[in-house]
Design a protein around this ligand. Structure first.
Ligand code: EPU
Length: 342
């Protein structure tokens, strides 16, 4: 096992935050994952599992063992009329997996093209975009218990999915290392075109004429147009969740604030476009102390050299002004590690 000490994580998180791991190891199979867990157990070290670091804010150094998930591999494990199940190693890149499936005519992931991060991180926050959430494409996953190394299979129900949420962010938080994910895919295209911006981008054509490849291309174009590339502009995607309120509350807000952007929330209620709320408070494009609100998508905060302190200070100020003007509390979406929300 190749354990590194005082390992610099700045190239291991898409916000490019400078933080160190007291101990760091990259694991590429189940045996090395188990050995890493044993190393931590012997020394009573807290464990942090990191994929591509695209949904974390490293607010300080991490004191224990950071396990970088690098288990690769994809294989078809079941195939029935028109349907197949693909098991994917948790360390595979998400977007590469979307492309791999599209190239083989295995459909269902096209709306989720170009989402940064690994396959193993995808269920933690139930990644979603342009009208599709991972939960509708995930059959089950396999995880190792951090404390014991024992294997457990979680079916979809056991993952307790919600909007940008799962048991791995709640009651099962910091208990599991996700090793592989099983996806349910179709051989017959069934494009999901409900999301207004996607529908507009594809023009006024019957759904049956639109191929999954076209959907993926449109999603990629929309993302490239609006979202900063972390390689160029360090960011962690949406910094806040879209708040969900009751229909009555959304109606009342809409009367006071004409133009309020809303979407139906899958589990009931109404999702407010947090980007709209933030933009209305005058934050779009604002830079403060080495952090900024992105100029094309107000839900994305970017690191302009000020590090975690600047980022969290800006996030706090954005949150306070949205609460004051709209009476709506924004919840931070990425996980804050090595520090606290100030
Ligand atoms: N809008 C503004 N100002 C902006 C940006 C957007 O007013 O600066 C308004 C527009 O009216 C737009 C609406 O907000 O119609 C929604 O914007 P967008 O389609 O960009 O989506 P979003 O709600 O801001 C969510 C996800 C994204 C995902 C997109 C598309 C969350 C927290 N974010 O953003 O996910 O790509 O929908 O489905 O749910 C991520 O999680 O990191 C992420 C990028």
């Amino acid at each position: 096992m190749d354990i590194h000490h005082h390992f610099d994580l700045s190239s291991r998180n898409t916000l490019a935050l400078a933080a160190r791991a007291r101990h760091y190891v990259s694991v590429s199979d189940l045996d090395s994952a188990r050995a890493a867990l044993q190393f931590a157990r012997d020394r009573r070290l807290p464990i942090t599992v990191l994929g591509a670091g695209s949904n974390v804010v490293l607010a300080g150094d991490l004191p224990g063992l950071v396990i970088h998930m690098a288990i690769r591999g994809r294989r078809v494990v079941d195939e029935r009329a028109g349907q197949l199940e693909l098991e994917v190693g948790a360390g595979e890149d998400w977007h590469d997996t979307v492309e791999y499936c599209l190239q083989r005519g295995w459909y269902g992931l096209e709306n989720l093209a170009l989402i940064p991060g690994t396959v193993g991180a995808a269920p933690v926050q139930n990644i979603g975009a342009y009208g599709v959430e991972l939960e509708s494409r995930l059959q089950c996953l396999t995880a190792l218990e951090l404390a014991t190394g024992r294997i457990r299979h979680f079916d979809r129900a056991a993952c307790g999915f919600g909007y940008r949420d799962s048991v791995f962010k709640r009651e099962e938080r910091d208990r599991w290392l996700i090793a592989s994910v099983r996806l349910s895919l179709r051989r017959v295209p069934a494009p999901v075109l409900d999301y207004p911006a996607l529908r507009d981008a594809l023009g006024d054509r019957p759904a049956g004429d639109i191929s999954p490849e076209e959907v993926a291309r449109a999603v990629m174009a929309l993302r490239r147009e609006r979202l900063p590339d972390p390689e160029q502009t360090p960011n962690a995607g949406s910094f806040f969740k879209n708040p969900v309120v009751t229909e009555a509350r959304a109606r009342a807000l809409g009367v006071r604030h004409p133009g309020l952007v809303t979407f139906p929330a899958p589990g009931g209620g109404v999702k407010l476009a947090a980007a709209w709320l933030i933009e209305r408070c005058g934050w779009k494009g604002v830079q403060q102390g080495g952090a900024g609100v992105h100029e094309r998508q107000a839900l994305v905060l970017v690191n302009r050299g000020g590090g975690a302190d600047a980022l969290l200070a800006l996030a706090g100020a954005v949150r306070a002004s949205v609460a004051e003007r709209f009476g709506v509390e924004l919840e931070v979406e990425p996980r804050i590690l090595g520090g606290q929300w100030p």
